[in-house]
Design a binder for this molecule. Structure first.
Ligand SMILES: [Zn+2]
Length: 139
């Protein structure tokens, strides 16, 4: 009877919920795949990453370099970004299809309509396109 119980709005949970509602079944956090994707769809050879704009350095209105310890943050965050790129390459090279869902497409003032987001992912899953990026409106 916790008062906190209720909608979990973590971006990753949102994606899971919308795809589950559409009948997609997936596995979580496959540690054997490069970068440890958040959702894995073995029968579609597809992996989804839900990336926080800050930690993964998304070029979007949500991202801002911290104003203190700037050098330290630059090194850390750009390290994350480089690692992401390597993991992406390794996945695509080994015939996985990859979708990156940026946090700004799911929450905040730039977010996309949930239905259309779910539509785009579902149609991508059923396609043979190798790569899909979803990000918030850039206005
Ligand atoms: Zn973003």
């Amino acid at each position: 009877m916790s008062a906190i119980k209720g909608l979990n709005t973590k971006p990753e949970i949102l994606i899971r919920r919308m795809l589950h509602a559409r009948g997609f079944r997936y596995r979580l956090k496959n540690k054997h795949l490069p970068g440890n994707p958040d959702l894995v769809f073995p029968r579609y050879s597809a992996a989804i990453f839900v990336h926080g704009c800050f930690w993964h350095v998304h070029e979007c209105p949500v991202f801002r370099w911290p104003s203190t310890r700037t050098e330290w943050w630059k090194e850390k965050l750009l390290g994350n970004k480089t690692r992401d790129e390597k993991n992406l390459e390794r996945l695509l090279d080994s015939e996985w299809r990859v979708c990156i869902v940026w946090e700004c497409s799911l929450k905040g003032k730039y977010k996309l309509n949930e239905e259309s987001l779910a539509d785009q992912i579902s149609s991508w899953l059923g396609s043979d396109r190798q790569f899909l990026i979803l990000e918030g409106k850039k206005s």
